[in-house]
Design a protein around this ligand. Sequence first.
Ligand SMILES: [Zn+2]
Length: 162
Amino acid sequence: MKWLALPAAILILWLHSYFAIRVFSHEGRVLLLVLRSNDTTESWLRRNPPNADTWEALRPYKVKGLAGVVILPGRRIPRYEYRSGTTLWLADLRYALLAVPYWLLLLLSAAPATVAIARASRARSRATTGHCLTCGYDLRESHDRCPECGAANPNQPDDAPV
Ligand SMILES: [Zn+2]
């Protein structure tokens, strides 16, 4: 089940993106920007989703993230300027922002696979050197069962001739 956690989270974000979240990348980070605007700016924002320049404008100075992760749960720019045609408009822009670096996502998503590969590698190494697959006990002098943990000896099956 734990393997399904990441795909499930991505699915939720995907579904959410149809409502208010703009997903884009900037300087190695995945950015989620949730915009709350009034009806006047809504249609304009849908036609002109925030880009990297907007991210620079919306990111407040002196924000320190942990490991590159920046969370801004709720911010407001009372006089956010945007251009529609030749007219310059001012909007009361409310937004939440989450920035996560790709390397962190990669590290987190690769962790379960790394553990699985390490386990398989260790088991293969134990099998080829005549050690118990479960506890690593040396089975070269043993018979069908591991004297340490009772696991079956992979190199001497029960039905093998003695
Ligand atoms: Zn054992």
